[in-house]
Design a binder for this molecule. Structure first.
Ligand code: URA
Length: 307
């Protein structure tokens, strides 16, 4: 118990030093803390009767073990070296036919693209768009992350869970819309000694330029009524480099890409990092504009979400 209290103290101090002012503490955890402290001489359990959200306490530990980050040796595998010269995209002409056969041909072409395949590590996948080929709304994200390159599907990780909720709040299902990325592989970063990549980086302009024709071809096949760019990388990929300095300049405004109305909004990961009602409301206002433009019914309840 003593060691646990020291570890808890060290973690609270670390959180406090990183700016955390308060932490939610369950009643059960409080009861455990109280009984642990009651057993220690000189402690006053009564001081630990807080509201549901407890302020990070000033704790003076006897001898807290200093926090030591786990050691991790980073190496750069040959495949993870800075992205080589990016070739021009392999020309591809959509075949004639119905939507499913054109989409299937395009998907097969992208998944077989040797340059794309060379960018993914063994066991990982090139990622192509998914969803309804009759979707009115096409969401465009940045690039696959760790979960996406394993499953070979866009937005299946935490950001994807939130995107699904956003789509649900619009009265739709994930299968009703089309979801793609401007990049078809996870941009590479250095890997650790076991070959695992931690973290993501935005795609470089040449990487974007390589993949953009593939997104354009998906738009041509699906022919949605409108596009939604999720985050600044997707927005600048579609609007062109240097088209805005900060996302706030274009967020919530209708733009255009390939003749389609384009709404620019936040990336779901931004909302995961900024869980304030204000950011949620801003993204929701953008989605209300999308619903209006796509002629989706909007209830009073939906209009009031996050207010
Ligand atoms: N973020 C993206 O932009 N795309 C994904 O597919 C997953 C996370």
């Amino acid at each position: 118990m003593r060691a646990s209290l020291h570890a808890l103290t060290a973690e609270l101090k670390r959180l406090k030093a990183s700016g955390v002012k308060s932490l939610p503490v369950s009643d059960a955890s409080l009861a455990q803390l109280r009984s642990a402290l009651a057993g220690r001489a000189g402690t006053r359990p009564a001081a630990l009767t807080p509201p549901a959200v407890a302020a990070v306490p000033e704790v003076t530990p006897e001898a807290p073990a200093p926090y030591k980050a786990p050691e991790r040796t980073f190496t750069v595998k040959p495949a993870a070296a800075p992205v080589p010269t990016i070739p021009a995209p392999v020309p591809f002409t959509l075949p004639a036919g119905d939507k499913p056969s054109r989409w299937a041909a395009l998907r097969a072409h992208v998944l077989a693209d040797e340059f794309c395949r060379a960018q993914v590590r063994p066991g990982k996948q090139v990622v192509f768009g998914v969803g309804s080929l009759d979707a009115k709304i096409m969401f465009v994200g940045e690039a696959p992350g760790a979960e996406e390159e394993v499953q070979g599907e866009p937005f299946v990780g935490p950001a994807g869970q939130l995107l699904n909720k956003m789509i649900g709040a619009m009265g739709l299902k994930r299968a009703d819309v089309y979801i793609g990325n401007i990049m078809n592989w996870r941009p590479q970063m250095p890997v650790d000694a076991s070959g695992v990549q931690y973290g993501n980086r935005p795609p470089s302009p040449p990487e974007l330029a390589y993949c953009l024709p593939y997104l354009q071809a998906q738009i041509d096949v699906v022919n949605p009524a409108l596009l939604v760019a999720l985050g600044s990388t997707a927005a600048s990929g579609l609007l062109g480099p240097g088209s805005f300095k900060a996302l706030g300049e274009v967020r919530g405004h209708w733009k255009e890409f390939a003749g389609k109305p384009l709404m620019v909004t936040y990336h779901p990961s931004y909302i995961l990092r900024n869980q304030s009602n204000q950011s949620k409301r801003l993204i929701w206002e953008d989605l209300l504009k999308v619903m209006e433009r796509a002629d989706l019914p909007i209830s009073d309840k939906q209009r009031g979400f996050f207010l």
